[in-house]
Design a protein around this ligand. Structure first.
Ligand SMILES: Nc1ncnc2c1ncn2[C@@H]1O[C@H](COP(=O)(O)OP(=O)(O)OP(=O)(O)O)[C@@H](O)[C@H]1O
Length: 366
């Protein structure tokens, strides 16, 4: 196993800058997710690590070894694809054994190795079955077995769960994570699904328009997003991001609401260009109380979306010029219904502050 590092790596496709000056490392034994919307450059990044795409500038290292000019076959990587990429005419055993066979490894040691991997993945009982008849989840387990069988330095997972149905996804997510930790395989996971990234990865690298936005543990990205893009992209329902102005001395004022921030945070507000701020509050941090409760803002429930164990409620604050709407998430099923008057609590210590012009989190900057 080895670490994997991108050092100032860029990729141009004609006028399109698919990846821009990427500096990113995945530690030995770590699983790092590349997360972002379609077209953000995550697949291109993975392909450059695999050697399927060349780099336009910069260098990729496996440990200390520069690999940018090596062919895929010289890199000692394995890939797991969204469409499994199995050999349909072969059995489970033959598919898993294939990487050893092409390297001329045969006989007892190779058989033992294949048997061990099949055991690890719970595929022993299907060894002689043709892969064509397997469920999507089982096919992907075979593909993972094939990736693990020869102890690659790095495994690259390209949207490995996207063709599976919901319960298979949950099972395989846990399974991949278990194996990855057990074998301590350095792994990169490409996904557009934040739930998948949060569930599986040690750290997540969020990309947008070819540019790395932030890399960190899932909780870090959730609690301290570096900019509005990350704040909005991580979390479901998404963070409320609403306009506000800094009125000095830590007072943040929005449409029909305000928050008094602690003194040490007030200085940071002063950095906002033109005093214009975007305030961010997670739906689960907004409290709903009886109408008229002290310390709350008057509003009305405008929409209720029951989600079983939670209710997602949209509340509109009362205000002469039309109050601000917030999405809240509370334990469900709740007694609130559309049209109910309500007292809305916005805890100042849960309010994040972003500069409206640059989009940067004013408190995450050095
Ligand atoms: N072979 C190519 N030729 C030209 N442009 C490309 C090529 N591959 C990717 N691009 C462009 O590079 C940018 C990044 O694409 P990339 O596929 O890496 O994004 P992605 O985040 O993986 O998206 P998706 O999830 O849709 O695959 C996009 O603008 C895309 O159109």
């Amino acid at each position: 196993m080895a670490s994997l590092s991108f050092v100032s790596v860029s990729k141009q496709y004609g006028p399109t800058s698919a990846v821009e000056t990427l500096d990113l490392s995945c530690a030995e034994g770590e699983m790092l997710a590349l997360l972002g919307p379609s077209g953000c450059g995550k697949s291109t990044t993975l392909k450059m690590a695999a050697g399927i795409e060349t780099v336009s500038a910069g260098e990729i290292y496996f440990g200390q070894r520069p690999v940018s000019r090596l062919s895929p076959g010289e890199r000692n990587i394995a890939m797991v694809f969204e469409d499994y990429g199995l050999y349909p005419q072969m059995t489970v055993w033959e598919n898993v054994a294939f990487p050893l066979k092409v390297r001329g490894q045969a006989g007892q040691p190779a058989s033992e190795r294949v048997g061990e991997v099949l055991q690890l993945l719970g595929l022993r009982g299907m060894a002689d079955q043709n892969v064509r008849g397997l469920s999507g989840g089982a096919m992907q387990r075979v593909a993972i077995g094939r990736a693990l069988v020869r102890d690659p330095e790095v495994i690259l997972f390209d949207e490995p769960l996207s063709h599976l149905d919901a319960d298979q996804k949950v099972q395989l997510r846990a399974e991949i994570k278990r194996l990855q930790k057990l074998r301590r395989v350095t792994s990169i996971l490409v996904t557009h699904d934040q739930t998948e990234a949060i569930a599986m990865a040690d750290r997540i690298a969020v990309m947008n328009h070819g540019v790395l936005q932030q890399v960190g543990a899932p909780q870090e990205l959730y609690e301290h997003p570096i900019n509005l893009f990350v704040a909005n992209f991580i979390g479901e329902p998404p963070m409320n991001l609403v306009p506000a102005v800094s009125e000095g001395h830590g007072v943040l004022a929005g449409r029909s609401w305000s928050a008094m921030l602690e003194r040490d945070r007030a200085d940071k507000l002063a950095r906002a260009s033109g005093g214009e701020i975007v305030a961010g509050v997670r739906p689960e941090h907004i409290g709903l109380h009886a109408e008229g409760t002290s310390g709350t803002f008057a509003g009305v429930v405008s929409y209720r979306e029951p989600r079983g164990d939670a209710d997602v409620l949209t509340v509109r604050l009362s205000g002469a010029e039309g109050g601000q709407s917030f999405v809240t998430e509370i334990a469900g099923p709740s007694h609130w219904r559309a049209g109910d008057p309500v007292g809305v609590e916005i805890p100042p210590d849960r309010v994040l502050v972003f500069d409206a012009a640059s989009g940067l989190n004013l408190e995450a900057q050095p």
